[in-house]
Design a protein around this ligand. Structure first.
Ligand code: 1GP
Length: 243
């Protein structure tokens, strides 16, 4: 393969992130809420969402984040949202989805579209695959992927061992988007994930919840709170750091 005609900056040290703030390009974000994110001490901002990941929405939010004090990453969940600019690109897979398109089919289809057109410009070293376990049956991602959400801690441990120790995927994401999850399941994932980096997201609305999740996860993700009570984000950062 020909060398890339562009030089990309080095990837940020995402493994050191303890607290990540997830912003949804499909939701209105007030200037005050954005200020609260910047002042919270969060380690990074990730753009992501299950619906409305249009190119325009992603570009609009990236534009507003141009002066962010922390790295800005993008979770690429649609082909059209794959735009240049973010410091890092997370590529989600859903382990517990019944259809293979969520486990590589859609991603390979996107590659088939991108390679002939912008293949030389794909920043391979900035792509990080994330193996999701989608566990809240009411969240949009679960409905979209029809994920099998009623996993026991033992089931989740098996997925973690397979993804982390067999496939050697770098990230396992325990996702309860919208609801605080089962910490015993999270612990089982962490104990079986091998070298994989374990991320927890879902329903963190207090310092106590952030602290509980950060006991087992390397990184905790907070999303909804930014839109509901942005002034409380800061306490979740402090709790994650001190867990
Ligand atoms: C969503 O994991 C994140 O993808 C965070 O979840 O929005 O419930 O905080 P919440």
């Amino acid at each position: 393969m020909a060398p890339s005609p562009v030089t990309w900056p080095p990837a940020p040290d995402w493994r050191a992130w303890r607290h990540v703030t997830k912003l949804d390009p499909d939701r209105p974000l007030s200037p005050a809420a954005l200020d609260a994110v910047y002042e919270s001490g969060t380690d990074a901002i990730v753009l992501g969402g299950s619906t409305g990941m249009t190119q325009q929405a992603v570009l609009d939010l990236l534009g507003r984040l141009a002066d962010a004090p922390v790295p800005v990453a993008l979770e690429v969940s649609t082909l059209e949202s794959a735009v240049p600019g973010p410091a890092l690109f997370f590529i989600p897979l859903v382990l517990n989805a019944p259809e293979s398109r969520w486990l590589g089919g859609a991603q390979a289809a996107a590659m088939a579209r991108l390679l002939p057109v912008v293949g030389e410009y794909i920043p391979w070293d900035l792509l990080v695959p994330e193996a999701y376990l989608v566990l809240n049956p009411d969240c949009t991602a679960a409905q979209l992927t029809r994920a099998t959400t009623d996993l026991t801690p033992q089931d989740a441990a098996a997925w973690a061992a397979f993804a982390g120790r067999v496939l050697r995927l770098p990230v396992i994401y325990v996702e309860y988007s919208g609801a605080f999850g089962d910490m015993a399941l999270l612990q089982a994932v962490r104990e079986n994930a091998g070298e994989a980096h374990v991320v927890y997201g879902g329903g963190i609305r207090s310092a106590a919840q952030a602290g509980l999740a950060a006991r087992h996860a390397h990184t905790v993700v907070v999303g909804n709170l930014v839109y509901e009570a942005p002034e409380r984000l800061r306490e979740t950062v402090a709790a994650a750091r001190h867990a």
